[in-house]
Design a protein around this ligand. Structure first.
Ligand code: SF4
Length: 433
């Protein structure tokens, strides 16, 4: 049997893409290899959002070049994902030993390189359902992005928004639930854009309703939110539908309107605040996380201070902060100077990390004494771990297994996680809606 090895970096969308490619290879009789040395095909599923991620792929490619030489060419190498744009000639010149460069989700291109004679037909990929590896699974619902924020490479690499039909997603969710998945996360670069390009124009809220009663499914999450696309209907549906987890990841990126305009984010701070305010009003107990870029082109100390003050005011449960790094091909790289010194970027990044650590520690301390519903995702020694509906990691000691739901009394907290004691025996959830 031929063997494949897939190495994945980057976001949840890449993880989902790798799982689907693996599902296709399995259907064709391939087996997974734990190490590249044991594989006939190695796929690097790459990320381009930051330079660091590209550097990791380049260093992996150095290892694979040596491996391929040792195997006298008896190894196929594919590079897939966001490193590969519309034109890959510069990559072919730089890495001539790579057999195929495939854009995100161009699974057929990868297979064509290893199985050129195989005619897979149009239904092959939609029906190649990923094998779940635990109690949770990612389900891409809309691919690509139409927004073209000036710092971002994603629209150039993943193309325009393309939504999957409701029926196809419902079928996949039902199949995953049938194989033991209790929680699905619906994925999109801007997940609220779901359905705009489909003939019936279903919304994300319509999709929630369509999959909500899937037997065996307990929780539904969604990522990543774009503030401007977050409609009242979507927010209200999170408050009303019991299986939709009350957790929102809504990147704000900056606390200054002029910086937001330079980033071409398409909203003002007052619009962003209004979305947060509606979530807190209509979805009691909701947790909200955000993403922030510090040191974007031209960001002054005062503008950074506004971001800092906004985070102090809105008190998010989690903040993913990154120092701006210019990405070739983006609007910012072509038209703006990356003029904030690296040392200043790092100072700003650390200031936000420190601020957020204090806020998250306070928010989590407020949960001590509460009882949380925890979906068990793993085990380390005698300790189980899982997440609350609001996406907080909980560690506790008990008998139980992946996919069970436990009621846990929270006894300790830190900025990053909670610890607790089992209140009600862990067990499988009742199937049905
Ligand atoms: S919304 Fe902006 S940051 Fe997000 S993927 Fe699209 S272009 Fe990139």
């Amino acid at each position: 049997m031929p063997r494949y090895h897939i190495w994945t970096v980057g976001c949840q969308m890449n993880e989902a893409d790798s799982a689907r490619l693996a599902a296709g290879l399995h259907r064709l009789g391939w087996l997974e290899a734990a190490r590249p040395e044991e594989a006939d095909l190695v796929v690097l599923n790459t990320c381009s959002v930051r330079q660091k991620a590209e550097d990791r792929a380049v260093s992996k490619l150095g290892l694979l070049r040596r491996l391929k030489a040792e195997r006298n060419g008896g190894l196929k190498i594919a590079v897939m994902g966001c490193m590969v744009g519309l034109r890959s000639q510069h990559l072919q010149e730089r890495f001539p030993f790579v057999d195929v460069f495939a854009r995100p989700q161009a699974f057929a291109d990868v297979l064509a390189a290893v199985l050129p004679e195989e005619d897979l037909g149009g239904e092959f990929w939609p029906s190649a359902l990923p094998e779940p590896s635990g109690s949770t699974a990612f389900v891409p619902v809309v691919h690509g992005c139409n927004k073209f924020c000036t710092f971002c490479i994603v629209p150039y690499r993943r193309g325009r928004e393309r939504s999957r039909p409701v029926a196809e997603i419902a079928h996949e969710v039902a199949a995953l639930a049938g194989r033991g998945v209790r929680e699905v996360t619906l994925l999109g670069q801007t997940v609220e854009a779901y359905g705009h390009d489909l003939p019936e124009r279903p919304s994300l809220a319509d999709l929630f309703r369509a999959i909500h009663d899937t037997p065996g499914l307990e929780r539904i999450r969604f990522l990543t939110s774009y503030p401007k696309d977050m409609t009242d209907d979507i927010i209200r549906s999170v408050g009303e539908l019991p299986k939709i987890c009350e957790y929102f990841n809504i990147p704000v990126q900056s606390g200054d309107d002029a910086v937001l305009a330079r980033m071409r984010r398409g909203y003002t701070l007052s619009e962003y605040r209004s979305v947060v305010e509606k979530i807190r009003r209509w979805v009691p107990g909701a947790a909200i996380s955000t993403d922030v870029i510090v040191g974007f082109c031209g960001e002054t100390e005062e503008q950074f201070r506004r971001t800092y003050d906004l985070l102090a005011e809105l008190r998010f449960d989690k903040v993913h902060v990154a120092a701006y790094s210019t990405r070739p091909g983006t609007i910012a790289q072509r038209t703006m100077a990356d003029d904030v010194p690296q040392a200043v970027k790092m100072e700003r990044l650390h200031a936000i990390e420190e601020l957020q650590e204090g806020i998250a520690a306070q928010i989590n301390a407020g949960l001590v004494g509460s009882v949380q519903e925890v979906l068990i995702e793993g085990k380390k020694g005698a300790r189980l771990n899982g997440r609350t509906r609001t996406n907080k990691i909980v560690h506790f000691s008990a008998q139980g297994q992946t996919g069970d739901t436990a009621r846990v009394l929270i006894e300790k907290s830190s900025a990053w996680s909670l610890q607790g004691r089992l209140m009600a025996p862990a067990g499988p959830v009742a199937t049905g809606s």
